[in-house]
Design a protein around this ligand. Structure first.
Ligand code: ADP
Ligand code: MG
Ligand code: MG
Length: 254
């Protein structure tokens, strides 16, 4: 079953074209990785998928589970089952992590036509999910991400993902300065939460992340397009040889 189809997607920031005809297909149960040099448009792609207002789609299509994703408001994309790991990077003083998670979770249930979980039932559920990320329950009572270390923010992201059980999770790890600890948290979370019913797209320029997450497909992106698709061996080849040969063979610059 195809979950996501991206066809000839073009997008601009401030009238400057960044995505220049991106094609991608993701099926249920698959883990995909997009790698590529800095500035190739990886984060732009994830922001376009999330519906960020600074990024103007100028052409192409994005179909998520048979639905035109680009027509949905950002909140509706999330409620329909698209999870963005950078969706909640903000620190929100005065709002407890527990309350925040409950609102996000219940918003999704409502979208599915289900009753909201009350505070007691939600508390029980969230404690089960804490095990997935080996997160201390004390974090639930702290303000969202306030004073969290990089690794703790990552744990929190994976906790959100475990709760929301998205159909498609998109994790852009490019700018987060992942140390080895945070990297393992992300990888463990992804590996535990990957099921035949969902799909995961990891965006990274760290080959080493893919030592812990084994992707079914690796895509190399440069100059706003995916230039080459392979298996995990392609990531190893890139680590050894860099990106230039792929760009040269495709006849493009970065
Ligand atoms: P990557 O994640 O692959 O490193 P980005 O998508 O962050 O690449 O950036 C691709 C290009 O788009 C870069 O040239 C970057 O400067 C530009 N760009 C991205 N976002 C913005 C923005 N908000 N304003 C101006 N330029 C942007
Ligand atoms: Mg980036
Ligand atoms: Mg269209």
């Amino acid at each position: 079953e195809t979950i996501l189809t991206v066809w000839n997607l073009t997008a601009s920031v401030d009238e400057t074209p960044i995505l220049k005809g991106l094609n991608l297909e993701i099926k249920s149960g698959e883990i995909h990785a997009i790698m590529g040099p800095n500035g190739s448009g990886k984060s732009t792609f994830s922001k376009v998928l999330s519906g960020h207002p600074d990024y103007a789609v100028t052409g192409g299509d994005v179909i998520f589970q048979g639905q035109d994703l680009l027509e949905l408001e950002p909140e509706d994309r999330a409620r329909s089952g698209v999870f963005m790991a950078f969706q909640y990077p903000l620190e929100i003083p005065g709002v407890s992590n527990l309350d925040f998670l409950r609102v996000a979770y219940n918003s999704k249930r409502k979208h599915q036509g289900l009753d909201e979980l009350d505070a007691f039932d939600f508390d029980e559920l969230v404690r089960e999910k804490l095990d997935v990320v080996k997160m201390d329950a004390a974090f639930l009572n702290r303000s969202v991400n306030e004073g969290f270390s990089g690794g703790e923010k990552k744990r929190n992201e994976i906790l959100q993902m475990a709760l929301l059980e998205p159909k498609l999770a998109i994790l852009d790890e490019t700018d987060s300065g992942l140390d080895i600890d945070a990297l393992k948290i992300v990888a463990n979370g992804v590996n535990q939460l990957s099921t035949p019913d969902n799909s995961i797209l990891v965006i990274t320029h760290y080959q080493r992340l893919l030592n812990y997450i084994v992707p079914d497909y690796v895509h190399i992106m440069a100059n706003g397009r995916i230039l080459r698709t392979g298996t995990k061996e392609l990531a190893l080849e890139v680590e050894e040889r860099g990106y230039d040969w792929i760009l040269a063979e495709a006849g493009v610059g970065v």
